[in-house]
Every structure is written in structure tokens, then in C-alpha cells.
Design a protein around this ligand. Structure first.
Ligand SMILES: C[S@@+](CC[C@H](N)C(=O)[O-])C[C@H]1O[C@@H](n2cnc3c(N)ncnc32)[C@H](O)[C@@H]1O
Length: 228
């Protein structure tokens, strides 16, 4: 199987990061610099080994499903669901798309995340991507009070470069965007069949609704479109 089930027929499916025209040699050098294995620094980018299922394409950990529940705020769209139990703190999958800089940001994209704002590299999955582009936000979904996943960079040995990853929250290893203390080490994890939900952050929704969402938390700084 070369594409995941329910992948849109007209959208290219990526099996590796794609470089936009404005990705320069210094971007590439930054992307391909492997973090030291032994460092325990808090901002250390974790390493996913080449054999990690999280970087397989299609990814066996997830499935793309149509949202058929009329009460779901993304009714009529797609969402990303766990195809197996996912442990707290585990890397679920890489978020693949077209790598680009600020100059080629599409203001309209709802799929554009900063990989590294300082280095001016973002990843836009609007025009092509992988299953990661189908992760919805937890807000407004019945019974969901918080995200069970988060965006965070990871060095993927499969491609030899830094990517944005989608991680299960919890596990006590990863920092939660530095904004919230991790709760109990045992907390988190995603059960097979459960929807994988991140927090897009308050900024994402404010930009769309301009009425103040109020319950936002971290994550908004990840979006590269619409002037964040
Ligand atoms: C990155 S895409 C997520 C995948 C999208 N559902 C799809 O089928 O392509 C972001 C878009 O999904 C929708 N979305 C995600 N979470 C949502 C939520 N909690 N409430 C309403 N819309 C949501 C919005 O249209 C948003 O612009």
C-alpha cells in the first residue's frame, strides 16, 4: 500500500520532507545537523531511529477517518485516529509537508507550522503532506477537555533531518512547550480508536474568529501562516 486509506485522491502523498524553492544551503545544514545522542539538555531535539514506525509512510500508528459525528466541530472533514495504543510521550508520526521560509508563506494555509522560526523554516502540508495534516484541535469536541498530543521537533534518522513531530502528551520526558508542568508520569497515552488531538493554540482560533476563545493554551506559536 503506497498511500494511506482515505488519502484525498488529488493531493500528493509525501514519503519524505519536500524542499520548497527558497530552502537554502544554510537551511539544509540546519535541518541535517544531528543533535548529540548523549545530551540531556531540556531543549534537546529527540532522535527517532531509522526503524521507527512513526516515520514509516503510510504510518501504522494512525488512520485517517471522515468525521461523521454532527456534533464534532470538524464534521464533514477528516481527522486522525490512533490505529494502536500509543504510550504517553511517544512519537506518533512526523508531520511532513513542503519546507519553506517566511517569504513563501501562504497566508491562507491551515496546515503551515513553524519548524524553527529563528532559522526561518516552516512546513506547509496544504498542497502535499502525510497523515499529520489531519490532526484536529481538541476544542469544541464533546468530552475532550485537553489535547492528547502536541507538536514538537524530532530528528528523524530515516531522512537524516529535523522534522516537526506529533507526540502523545505525558510520559514525563518531553516539556509541554515550556508552558505547563507535566503532571503524573503515568498520565497521557492514546487508546486505539481515539482521535489524536492537539491544541492549535489561542492564536490560531483568534485569527479566525476574532472573538477571543478564552481557553487557549500553548501551541499557537507553531503556526506559520496568518502572521503569527
Ligand atoms: C490542520 S487541518 C486539520 C484537518 C482537517 N480537519 C482536514 O480534514 O483537512 C485544520 C483545519 O481543521 C479544522 N479543525 C480542526 N480542529 C477543529 C476544531 N476543534 N473545531 C473546528 N474546526 C477544526 C479547521 O477547519 C482547521 O482550519
Amino acid at each position: 500500500m503506497s498511500k494511506p486509506k482515505n488519502w484525498p485522491a488529488t493531493l500528493p502523498y509525501l514519503k519524505a520532507p519536500l524542499y520548497g524553492k527558497d530552502i537554502s544551503p544554510s537551511h539544509i545544514q540546519f535541518l541535517r545537523t544531528k543533535p548529540p545522542n548523549e545530551s540531556s539538555a531540556i531543549d534537546q531535539v529527540p532522535i527517532a531511529p531509522a526503524s521507527s514506525p512513526a516515520t514509516e509512510t503510510p504510518c501504522p500508528r494512525v488512520k485517517i477517518q471522515a468525521i461523521t459525528d454532527r456534533n464534532h466541530p470538524a464534521y464533514g472533514q477528516f481527522g486522525l485516529f490512533a490505529a494502536q495504543n500509543i504510550a504517553p510521550g511517544e512519537l506518533i508520526l512526523a508531520y511532513l509537508g513542503r519546507l519553506h521560509g517566511r517569504a513563501t508563506t501562504s497566508e491562507e494555509s491551515d496546515y503551515d507550522l513553524w519548524l524553527d522560526r529563528e532559522m526561518d523554516v516552516a512546513v506547509d502540508a496544504a498542497g502535499e503532506g502525510n497523515e499529520g495534516r489531519f490532526v484536529n484541535d481538541y476544542r469544541g469536541i464533546e468530552g475532550k477537555e485537553r489535547a492528547n498530543a502536541r507538536f514538537g521537533n524530532v530528528f528523524c534518522e530515516r531522512w537524516g533531518e529535523v522534522c516537526v513531530g506529533v507526540w502523545a502528551v505525558g510520559g514525563g520526558k518531553a516539556k509541554d512547550d515550556g508552558k505547563k508542568k507535566m503532571k503524573k508520569k503515568s498520565e497521557g497515552g492514546i487508546k486505539k480508536g481515539e482521535e489524536i488531538l492537539v491544541s492549535y493554540g489561542k492564536g490560531f482560533w483568534e485569527e479566525r474568529r476574532k472573538d477571543g476563545d478564552g481557553d487557549g493554551d500553548g501551541g499557537g506559536e507553531k503556526w506559520a501562516s496568518r502572521g503569527y
